[in-house]
Design a protein around this ligand. Structure first.
Ligand SMILES: *[C@@H]1O[C@H](CO)[C@@H](O)[C@H](O)[C@H]1NC(C)=O
Length: 214
């Protein structure tokens, strides 16, 4: 009985160590990223704590859109780069979606997400995993917050007439981003395989693929 319990605890402990889907716990107050270091660790190496200043924990300007712009989808994403968040299991971004624009179905393999609407209104939601494939989505307005569990496919659609802006927080320093459409149609997967996947014909699959790769 005791040994069975011990075995169960060991299994849980090993699972936490090897299969954990979260960033590792920090072993210090902070580890402000040193971008000049040539050392590679899980995260970035820390700069000398004696040289740390308030600006290492600061990022200005998320009141305005910025960052990389996706003309194809009509969104822009501004990564909030805070060196002081290195190793602390979090990242942040401002996302702007033009009227009619989408942040198309995607997932973050390593992070849950929480987003607050700063401006405008968006249709925002996620889909549970197979076999339920249940859609949980809402129209969000300024001041609303929505959460997305780790690894689930989610999307934003600005089907309103005003520009929409959100501030998103992710539970990993490196959440990863898989855009479903791009991963499937922009990767060079064979058209006949895509046709079978989407229950369509090869010609249609190739036609869609050509748009992704143009
Ligand atoms: C946006 O789409 C959602 C879901 O289909 C719908 O409930 C909502 O009314 C739409 N908003 C506008 C402004 O059309």
């Amino acid at each position: 009985m005791v040994s069975a319990l011990l075995l169960a605890f060991t299994a849980v402990a090993l699972g936490a160590g090897h299969g954990a889907a979260f960033d590792p716990n920090p072993v210090q107050d902070f580890c402000v990223a040193d971008p000049t270091s040539k050392v590679h660790v899980n995260g970035q190496p820390c700069k000398d704590p004696a040289t740390v200043v308030a600006n290492d924990f600061f990022f200005p300007g998320v009141d305005k859109p910025g960052g990389t712009n996706s003309r194809r989808y009509g969104f822009s994403a501004l990564s909030v780069q805070i060196p002081g968040l290195n190793t602390l299991g979090a990242s942040h971004a401002r996302v702007d979606v033009a009227p009619g624009g989408v942040f198309p179905p995607h997932y973050h393999p390593r992070a849950a997400e929480t987003a607050v609407v700063l401006e405008g209104s968006v249709y925002f939601g996620f889909v549970t995993s197979y076999p339920e494939n249940k859609l949980l989505a809402k129209v969000l307005r300024k001041g609303d917050v929505f959460a997305v569990p780790q690894g689930l496919v989610h999307f934003l659609y600005n089907n309103g007439t005003e520009p929409a802006a959100l501030y998103a927080t992710l539970s990993s320093q490196n959440p990863g981003l898989v855009l479903i459409g791009d991963a499937l149609f922009g990767s060079g997967l064979p058209g006949d395989l895509l046709a079978k996947t989407f229950l369509t014909d090869t010609e249609t699959a190739n036609k869609i693929g050509a748009r992704f790769r143009s």
